[in-house]
Design a protein around this ligand. Structure first.
Ligand code: FAD
Length: 282
């Protein structure tokens, strides 16, 4: 399943595994709806320590059954090599050849066992060692820097480690400052990074949820956006209209500035991603 747009940019869409049977059925419809946009692939998140392993597998299979390419995420913190090896083999057997390799965050309450991996570069090395070039490996990138990084330069060095370990491309955390993305990409190129860095896009539809996510993942909501969203209070329609405008403008700026593609954090909703996709004529 390839994008048929006028250029060779890659547009992809992310889901998280639903927790209930009803949620799974609903997501099957969302896959059908978003499938009409012809994304290059759908990716599916994975809970650290394998906490959503079954749900990730099921969602990946549902995507394949609907006729689309699926890219499971794989986070390594709290995991054992043996378990990840088994999972990689399951994916190979199912014809999966793209994976998003992450460290993950141990959810509070899951205990302190960090498992056999500490950082994503170790997971990338492990996947390459175990499976050679079978997988196209994506890693995460942070244009506004990872919240646990001691400083920007160290975080950039750590990003380069993942690339050197064998990543084929990267997907960024979401951001609303395009300048942060362009600087990140330029700096990485200066350090020898020549893989595509796809921009992660979070459509703005709900201010409180966005503010909560942003606080934990270190993505900045610029003051002018925050103030306007706050000002709309419970006026959901105004939040959505303004949010769409801001997100569409951001995507336009990124594409115009040379971003090799966009990765939409759909939050399992078809509407916002479809609206942006159509407005951009992807
Ligand atoms: P790493 O690249 O390992 O970096 C983590 C921190 O450690 C950084 O501060 C970095 O500077 C530092 N570091 C890295 N390598 C080293 C090293 N060798 N030595 C010392 N310090 C180092 N989480 C999930 O649990 N499941 C998902 O499915 C998921 N999907 C995501 C998808 C995208 C596109 C993005 C951007 C994030 C996703 N996350 C997911 C969140 C991610 O797991 C967290 O942001 C996590 O805190 C870091 O993961 P990472 O792979 O970037 O880690």
């Amino acid at each position: 399943m390839k994008n048929t747009g006028q250029d060779d940019k890659v547009y992809s869409i992310e889901f998280f595994p639903p927790k209930t049977v009803e949620g799974r059925e609903k997501l099957k419809n969302t896959i059908k709806d978003l499938g009409k946009l012809n994304p290059r692939y759908f990716s599916v998140t994975f809970g650290a320590g394998g906490s959503t392993q079954q749900g990730t597998l099921e969602t990946v299979f549902d995507i394949q059954e609907a006729g689309f390419d699926a890219a499971p995420h794989l986070s390594c913190i709290g995991s054992k090599k043996k378990d990840l090896r088994d999972l990689l083999n399951t994916y190979i057997d199912r014809g999966i050849n793209r994976i998003v390799a992450l460290r993950g965050d141990i959810p509070s309450g899951m205990g302190g066992d960090a498992g056999e991996f500490r950082y994503a570069n170790e997971l990338v090395e492990f996947i390459r060692k175990e499976t050679g070039d079978h997988f196209y490996i994506e890693v995460a990138a942070y244009p506004e820097f990872h919240p646990q990084a001691p400083n920007a330069a160290t975080d950039m060095k750590n990003f380069v480690r993942k690339v050197k370990a064998g990543a084929d491309s990267a997907i960024t955390q979401y951001f609303y400052n395009p300048e942060a993305y362009f600087r990140f990409v330029d700096e990485a190129a200066g350090l020898g990074v020549d893989i595509p860095v796809f921009a992660g896009i979070m459509p703005i539809t709900n201010f409180e949820q966005l503010a909560r996510f942003s606080d934990t993942c270190g993505a900045e909501i610029p003051r002018w956006i925050r103030k306007r969203l706050e000002g709309y209070g419970n006026d959901i329609e105004s939040i959505r209209n303004f949010g769409m405008e801001v997100t569409i403008d951001l995507c336009r700026t990124l594409i115009k500035g040379g971003a090799p593609g966009l990765h939409f954090f759909s939050m399992n909703q078809a509407g916002p991603t479809t609206a942006i996709w159509k407005a951009l004529d992807l």
